[in-house]
Design a protein around this ligand. Structure first.
Ligand code: AHG
Ligand code: MN
Ligand code: MN
Length: 345
């Protein structure tokens, strides 16, 4: 029988990869695993208890916030500050950065960006949702409260990133820049167990994931790529398969394992798309690159190289298997010119 390796054991084993580390990152990741289990419990009970439905509130981006989003947000905030390794957090649900006025927090080395519940429109209908996290080393000196600049770092500066998918089973997938590993929650023992070691995404993908209802407001290049995906061609295995759940975590996770592209392009109304650079694009880009894939914006710029200017900045996202990301960029270059600023008009 194969030996079961729990997330906590794995984190401790891997600490040896970072000879100068003092275990802070390990403790932080352990606390993320703990918060994930608590949120998972609530997600699984969402149909049973009166936690569903909307609070009459919108988040700072004008989107409806569900009760479970609030719960997940609070759970992660408490768990992270409780870990004593976090100086501050930025979450999709709050306009400004959050920090604790304690010496412990001020002395902490890391800051965290969080999408506490991704795919929240799917909560009510029992479809997979997730949590996305991204960790940076602060750049301001320890001993003080964190500043905005600690959060506005390029994605290349991430020290760890990952997601939890609350799906047919619950998984935690993360990277610290040395490959990507996935852990499946075994509810009978309440532990995340290593189930997907050193994940590599297929270089050639055959799935495309995009909200095609916006087809007419995408740029010509994006539209042509979508047409190309559907056009039969035996040699290259087209038509490709269309899959779109509407939860980035779930769409990304499937494509990571099976090979494909996820796109949230610019539209006329939303020239920067919908997804957020800090909470969604950067962590997923770090993971996909570690798995051998690619992530770029609509100008073909590597997501991880973008210097953020705002906490809640949005960015068009093209992420997944190399062949498909390269193909869509070729269409964009040909049809829209090298620097297509906007969607179709
Ligand atoms: P969130 O629930 O955190 O706001 O994120 C929703 C995002 C993403 O998960 C998903 O892929 C996308 O929104 C779906 O948007 P459309 O409904 O416009 O397709
Ligand atoms: Mn999201
Ligand atoms: Mn969210």
């Amino acid at each position: 029988m194969n030996k079961i390796i729990t997330l906590n054991e794995f984190i401790i084993q891997r600490q040896a990869d970072f000879p100068y580390a003092k275990g802070e990152l390990s403790r932080l990741l352990t606390h993320i695993g703990l918060a994930a289990k608590v949120v998972n419990r609530e997600v699984n009970q969402a149909g049973l208890v009166d936690i569903l439905g909307s609070l009459e509130k919108t988040n700072i981006q004008g989107e409806e916030v569900k009760k479970l989003d609030v719960f997940a947000n609070e759970r992660f905030i408490n768990a992270m500050f409780g870990s004593s390794e976090i100086a501050g957090m930025a979450t999709e649900e709050r306009a400004d950065i959050i920090f604790d006025d304690t010496e412990m927090a001020k002395n902490a080395k890391y800051v965290l960006c969080l999408d506490p519940l991704d795919g929240s429109s799917n909560i009510d209908v029992n479809v997979s949702i997730g949590t996305i996290f991204s960790i940076y080393r602060r750049i301001t000196p320890r001993g003080h409260k964190p500043e905005l600049e600690d959060f506005l770092q390029e994605g290349t500066k991430q020290v760890a990133a990952g997601y939890i998918i609350y799906g047919s089973s619950t998984m935690l997938v993360y990277t610290t820049g040395r490959g990507v590993n996935g852990f499946t929650l075994d509810p009978s023992i309440g532990e995340f167990c290593l189930s997907h070691q050193d994940i590599k995404t297929p270089l050639i993908g055959k799935i495309y994931s995009v909200n095609e209802s916006y087809y007419h407001s995408f740029s010509k290049g994006v539209r042509k790529f979508i047409d190309y995906c559907k056009e039969p061609d035996k040699e290259s295995g087209r038509p490709y398969t269309a899959r779109y759940i509407g939860s980035l975590v779930a769409d990304f996770h499937r494509n990571l394992l099976k090979g494909g592209i996820y796109m949230y392009p610019a539209t006329k109304k939303h020239p920067n798309g919908k997804l957020r650079l800090l909470y969604e694009a950067n962590p997923m880009a770090f993971i996909v690159e570690q798995a051998g894939g690619m992530a770029v914006d609509q100008k073909g710029q590597r997501i991880l190289d973008i210097k953020p200017t705002e906490l809640h900045q949005r960015v068009p996202l093209f992420i997944g298997s190399r062949n498909m990301v390269e193909q869509v960029m070729q269409f964009i270059e040909q049809e829209d010119g090298i620097l297509p600023e906007n969607g179709n008009d």
